[in-house]
Design a protein around this ligand. Structure first.
Ligand code: AMP
Length: 483
């Protein structure tokens, strides 16, 4: 994840992680798992495998999993029955191989590879202290602090050193790590980011989402719990709970947008959750209409739920071109605008002369909505009503979901009427926070102890934003790496 201070190296990743223990062709399985997790990171991928002689093998690249690992020769150069892998989703700035995970280090106890999904909120502070102690950072990702904290730990075993490191970091993390003796999975004490455990024949799989278990034919066993560390070795699986227990705060945005619809997150199928959110949205903000149109693909399940509840036909009034990346990852405003046009087109026959309800999962900068609304109007819609299956995104995420600073968040800058005007719709409504909790089966949000991390909608940050409130500047890396 990104270090907030390194402006031109700024990576705001939303990542996917995968790990295999005792699996035939572990690297090939990992490549498949990463492919299923591609939506979590499209910028770069890496796999580190461990062979029977205790030698680690690594391959990393910039781009999509299929481009990096599609060649059988690449996979056959990653032998072994254990492996870990990582997908990264970076948005701006330097795209350098040195930042691509899994990170690997040779310790006195042997080799160690780690892949991290999440974002540490005190990485800048830790990094400054580690550099003063003589640690030589090789990348600009916050995840590298894990490596140095493990290196300087005075504990004897790898697991104890890792726990020692985890007790010093703050923030969100789901980790998979590999050393010569075990595959380790860890979730931060609040369990902000997901991590699941699967069984594959005699072996084990760890993955960000269940869709990655499905692709390799692994059977879902359970979610790794908030604050849990699992150590998987030839003797089986051991669960450790080294942290003070705390009420979990799973990221609510995983349900709304980020996780793949066929994944089951914390016991709940994402697809069904999204449909229920759409139905709740229809109950809260019904408007007379002729057709419900999703903004594809992310708006589809919510639009289906909305349409069914409202009794209005659901139609694919916008067609998405699947051969361009997510709009959001384009680096400049100009390109981002262009990106939206490249990605969506109006299906005129479903729109012309009709009162259209457009359903999308979120409005961030408003770029997508503005373009889509203009397109739907140009296609002859009689009215355009926008319904959003999340509450207004008013705050940035510092726990691993890419969101711009508040000054770029439409809902942080404007009230509902102004947003409707800017987007160009006849009416605009977001699901309420209470409605969202109701749809997720947790009615009656307790403000003092909400069931989820919903900081992007409320500003209630459960993990201290240490680096944001600390005014000490950390000098950015002076190396401009293109590779
Ligand atoms: P915007 O155009 O800036 O308002 O972005 C909103 C669109 O981006 C919505 O259609 C979402 O599906 C998508 N989106 C929302 N949050 C993210 C995110 N963190 N990363 C990538 N895409 C996102």
């Amino acid at each position: 994840m990104a270090l907030p201070w390194s402006d031109d190296d700024r990576f705001h990743e939303e990542c996917g992680v995968f790990g295999v223990w005792n699996g035939k062709d572990a690297a090939a399985l990992t490549a498949l798992g990463l492919h299923a997790l591609q939506h979590r990171g499209q910028e770069a991928s890496g796999i580190v495998s461990l062979d029977e002689a205790g030698i680690f093998h690594a391959h990393k690249g910039l781009g999509l999993v299929g481009d990096i690992f599609g060649d059988a020769k690449v996979i056959s150069a990653l032998p072994g029955s254990a492996a870990v892998g990582h997908n990264r989703y970076a948005t701006t700035g330097e795209t350098a191989l040195r930042n691509v995970q899994p990170l690997y280090a040779d310790f006195e106890f042997g080799g160690f590879a780690v892949a991290h999904n999440g974002n540490l909120t005190n990485a800048g502070q830790l990094r400054r202290a580690l550099v003063r102690r003589g640690c030589l950072f090789q990348s600009t990702t916050d995840s590298e602090v894990f490596i140095h904290l493990i290196a300087i730990s005075l504990y004897a075993t790898v697991v104890d050193r890792l726990i020692d490191a985890l007790k010093q970091v703050q923030g969100a993390y789901s980790l998979v790590a590999l050393h010569n003796g075990a595959l380790i999975g860890a979730r931060d004490p609040l369990g902000v980011r997901p991590l699941v455990l699967g069984r594959l024949h005699e072996g084990w799989v760890l993955a960000s989402e269940t869709c990655a278990l499905d692709i390799v034919g692994a059977e879902f066993v359970r979610d790794i719990e908030a604050g849990e560390i699992v150590v998987i070795d030839d003797a089986g699986i051991r669960s450790l709970k080294p942290f003070q227990p705390a009420p979990p705060r799973f990221c609510i945005f995983e349900y709304i947008y980020f996780a793949r619809p066929d994944s089951v997150v914390e016991g709940t199928p994402v697809y069904e959750s999204r449909k229920r959110i759409g139905a709740e949205l229809a109950r809260e903000s019904h408007v007379p209409a002729d057709v419900v149109v999703p903004v594809p693909d992310s708006g589809v399940p919510a639009a289906m739920g909305y349409a069914a509840e409202a009794g209005v036909p659901f139609e694919l009034g916008i067609i998405r071109n699947h051969y361009v990346g997510r709009t959001f990852i384009e680096p400049t405003d100009q390109i981002r605008h262009l990106g939206v046009k490249l990605k969506h087109s109006a299906n005129r026959s479903m729109i012309e002369g009709r009162r259209v309800v457009l359903v999308d999962d979120s409005i961030v900068r408003g770029t997508t909505s503005r373009k889509i609304v203009e397109m739907v109007r140009n296609a002859g819609a009689a009215e355009v009503h926008m319904r959003v299956s999340s509450p207004p995104t008013t705050h940035s995420c510092f726990y691993g979901i890419d969101t711009p600073e508040r000054d770029q968040l439409l809902a942080a800058q404007h009230d509902l009427a102004a947003m409707a005007r800017l987007i160009g719709v006849d009416s605009l409504a977001f699901i309420s926070l209470d409605g969202l909790y109701r749809a997720l089966g947790r009615p009656g949000r307790d403000a003092a102890n909400p069931a989820y991390c919903d900081a992007c909608f409320t500003g209630a940050y459960a993990i201290p934003l240490v680096d944001r409130t600390d005014n000490t500047e950390t000098r950015p890396s002076l190396l401009k790496a293109t590779l």
